[in-house]
Every structure is written in C-alpha cells, then in structure tokens.
Write a protein that binds this ligand. Sequence first.
Ligand code: ZN
Length: 111
Amino acid sequence: MTTRCLICDSSVVLSQEEAQAIALLIGLLDGFLKGIQGESSATPGGAVANPLGHTVSRMIKGISGAVSNWADTQAFIREHRKFHFMGYDRLCLRCGALFDDSPNVESPLDG
Ligand SMILES: [Zn+2]
C-alpha cells in the first residue's frame, strides 16, 4: 500500500526510516571515500607492483574511514530527524507536509 500525502495526495512521501537509511548510506559512503582518498593510486612509474594487495589495502582504509565517520553520521541522522521530521513519521517531498502514520484510518478505496 502506498502512503499518500494528507495535504496534496502525492505518493512521494518519505518515512523517517527511509530517510535514516539514505543518510546512513551517504555517511558510510562519505567515510569510505575519505578513507581511500588519502592514498595515491598511481606510482611515479604508473604501475602498482601488487595490484590486488593495493586494492585490498585501499578497501581496508575505506572501511576504516567509514567506521571513523560513524559518529558524524549518527549526529547527521539525529539532526535530520529533529529538524526535517520534527517528531512526525512522514514527510511529503512535494509540499513539505509532515504527518504521522494513522493505522486505524481506512481509505474508502481499501474497503
Ligand atoms: Zn504533500
């Protein structure tokens, strides 16, 4: 069942959980990219002696960067929940309406 906006009837409605998942993904990706960014991939000769080892090393640095970025990601999620959702469950991306899930209300189309 698609949740629709109570104001404009748009189906482009984001839940807090979906927004949290997106923010978490962005935060982890940001940390991963910061982690691998520190190391240069090219040597002066243009070739890497051990490509597999080099790739694994970069991945480990990326994962380490994602882990070290965890606190910032959690703070970002808390701020996003507080300032964008302001305690409500859903945010309409079309009109900006905030509203809660109301499981006891049935749509006339459902019955
Ligand atoms: Zn709306």
